[in-house]
Design a protein around this ligand. Structure first.
Ligand code: BF8
Ligand code: SF4
Length: 638
């Protein structure tokens, strides 16, 4: 019975108790104050798209069955779902656009950034049909950046990044359904329009709109961001680092980087190293940067920066009393951090003009003054070190080792050690022989209403036990790492044949083995598992939808996770969510999303080849995913 517990990670339970005793509110305590969420919102039947409402549809046919305007439950539920998709896709697309601008500025030389991933630049340029012969790196960088920005402007055709990464069969299907996105901003603006009062009132059409948002997210958000970040900062390579609260060091100036776009956190890492003498002059042993959420994943993947917390426990990191500054950029930043910080010496520093938190410090951050901003921020943290209240400190010694940095380039490099001519072959052979039954991406969040890490870890262990190769991104990667699933200890959870494959590949690159699960990065880096699947499908001459591959988001919290899932659904991959996706108020919408190909009526599986699986119990969810993997194997003749 976990009702009084908040996390599988004991350190956070210690801090939660401490916070409760000190009367400090956190998301966990606020969640306990409203144990039951609003039933109308939970079912997706509450509409507040105009001032005649809010309207809500009564349950079981009782009470109003239409809003004032006549919108029925199916329309309202589908429209609310699309609203969530828009929100998720907009966040990722804005991330992509900012990165594209950063690349343009770096290429034009008026920025504090340079292109570090030259090989990736050539590869992306070639994919986009950009001539590279005899051109300077900056020139090519500029052409690539302009092609990326076109995906926010062009008025006809398909998005450049979609054509760059999608399989032709998928594009044909999307064209036929009329869901292929033209440009990110056009599609988002169209989707906002169609959800507004008096526009789209056809639940089927609205759900197709959700799929367009999935494609906008997948290509304009995920792929575009990962590609351009790899170009700017380099492609991640195998690194070893640490997780859990022991990564916060009592003798050091501790700075947490939190948010998503790595432009800021890259510079914080750089300047923390450069300014360590100043920290020593202030009486500290040096400067220690730790990661939270996806910013944490980004700097872990490229610099081996240790990770302190995933989403749901972000406020509790401050309760250690040892954080001099928490620097944030955008997304998944709880406003609650400011009030918690006020109980300690911690300074919350916001950095983007459109993400401020009342009461916090703001240091304006832009690519042409990134070095200056990062120095200011690091110096603020150093200045806070002497302000620590020693009686309020709770320190932890435990850390868990974890391997990360599994970009596709790194995976291919490892596989090349086994087969230089045809690197994918060892992986395909393992799948064909059944040594690996299939591939699962465990992605997404931790959610304050869930027992932290439990769903993520349980689904992973169940799949590993059954010889499924597991890759992870986002906050779920934090969960897996903290519980030994990214170091060699966790190999004991793998089935024997999977363990054999991991060892063979790992030993080829000088490790004892690959870790049981492969950390592929942040949430935008869900582009990486997608690219891996596409490469495997192309090599086999099949479609992604045919592969024994699944996605699972056991502790979903963010609309971003829902829209990432929708991107995978549009590619025919089954997607599991462990948290209510808020569509139960419409049987029709539920059927379209969750029914199988053999069921009556229209549904996703019939159209694309995969479906949404909503299952709260992680053991049952894993069993369903395993069954789906076996079904796809069978259909492939394996
Ligand atoms: O983009 S996994 S809680 S931090 S939404 Fe947020 Fe979910 Fe974490 Fe990263 Ni992704
Ligand atoms: Fe009510 Fe229709 Fe307005 Fe929604 S759009 S609040 S259902 S009147």
């Amino acid at each position: 019975n976990h009702t009084q517990r908040i996390s599988l990670d004991h350190d956070f339970e210690v801090l939660y108790e401490k916070a409760c005793e000190a009367g400090i509110e956190t998301a966990f305590s606020r969640a306990k104050q409203t144990p039951v969420p609003c039933p109308f919102g939970s079912a997706g039947v509450c509409c507040r798209h105009c001032l005649e409402g809010p309207c809500r549809i009564g349950f079981n046919g009782k009470g109003p069955q239409e809003g004032i305007c006549g919108a029925n439950g199916d329309t309202i539920v589908a429209r609310n779902l699309l609203t969530m998709m828009i929100e998720g896709a907009a966040g990722h697309a804005e991330h992509g656009r900012e990165t594209a601008l950063a690349l343009l500025e770096a290429s034009e030389g008026n920025s504090d950034y340079q292109i570090k991933g030259v090989e990736k630049l050539y590869q992306v340029a070639a994919g986009l049909g950009i001539e590279t012969n005899g051109k300077a790196v900056e020139d090519i960088g500029k052409q690539v950046a302009l092609k990326a920005l076109e995906d926010f402007q062009k008025q006809a055709g398909a998005m450049n990044w979609l054509t760059l990464h999608a399989q032709q069969q998928s594009i044909d299907k999307w064209d036929e359904l009329g869901i292929t996105p033209v440009n990110v901003h056009l599609e988002i603006s169209k989707a906002v329009t169609r959800t507004s009062m008096g526009c789209d009132a056809d639940p089927v059409n609205l759900l197709l709109g959700c799929l367009t948002m999935g494609l906008v997210d997948g290509f304009g958000g995920l792929h575009l961001s990962s590609d351009l970040q790899d170009i700017l900062f380099g492609v991640p390579k195998l690194v070893k680092s640490n997780f859990r609260l022991g990564v916060i060091k009592k003798e050091m100036v501790n700075i947490a980087v939190h948010g998503h776009v790595p432009l800021l956190s890259e510079k914080i890492v750089e300047w923390s190293r450069k300014l360590s003498e100043e920290a020593k002059a202030a009486g500290a042993a040096g400067i220690n940067v730790v990661g939270i959420c996806c910013s944490g994943n980004e700097v872990l993947m490229r610099h081996g920066i240790p990770a302190a917390s995933s989403f749901s426990s972000q406020e509790l990191v401050i309760v250690t009393g040892m954080l001099e500054a928490m620097v944030v950029d955008v997304q998944c930043i709880m406003p609650g951090i400011q009030k918690v910080a006020e109980c300690y010496h911690t300074e919350i520093i916001t950095t983007l003009p459109y993400v401020n938190i009342a009461g916090s410090t703001h240091v304006d951050f832009h690519t042409d003054k990134a070095d200056k901003a990062a120095q200011d921020i690091v110096r603020k943290a150093i200045a806070n070190f002497p302000k620590r209240e020693h009686q309020k400190i709770t320190s932890f010694t435990g850390t868990v080792e974890a391997y990360a940095g599994f970009s596709n380039e790194q995976i291919i490099e490892a596989l090349s050690a086994l087969n230089k001519e045809d690197p994918l072959k060892p992986l395909l052979d393992a799948i064909a022989s059944g040594a690996i039954r299939g591939v699962a991406a465990i992605v997404g969040c931790t959610n304050v209403r869930e027992f932290q890490d439990w769903g993520n870890v349980t689904v992973a262990k169940e799949l590993l036990k059954n010889n499924v190769l597991v890759v992870a991104t986002g906050c779920s990667a934090h969960s897996l790492a903290k519980h030994n699933l990214m170091n060699m200890q966790g190999l004991e959870y793998c089935g024997e044949s999977l363990r054999g494959v991991l060892k063979a590949i790992g030993q080829a690159v000088g490790l004892e083995s690959l870790p049981p699960t492969l950390h592929m990065g942040s949430c935008v880096d869900n582009s990486r598992p997608a690219d891996l699947l596409t490469a495997v499908a192309n090599r086999l001459g099949v479609e992604v939808k045919d592969l024994p591959a699944v996605g699972s988001c056991p502790e979903t919290h963010s609309p971003k996770a829902l829209v990432i899932g929708t991107y995978f659904l549009a590619n025919g991959v089954d997607v599991h969510v462990g948290v209510n996706p808020q569509v139960s108020g419409s049987q029709f919408v539920t059927d379209v999303l969750c029914n199988g190909a053999k069921d009556d009526g229209l549904n996703l599986e019939k159209l694309f080849g995969g479906k949404l699986i909503y299952e709260k119990d992680p053991v049952k969810a894993a069993a369903i995913l395993l069954r789906r993997i076996e079904e796809k194997r069978l259909a492939l003749g394996l």
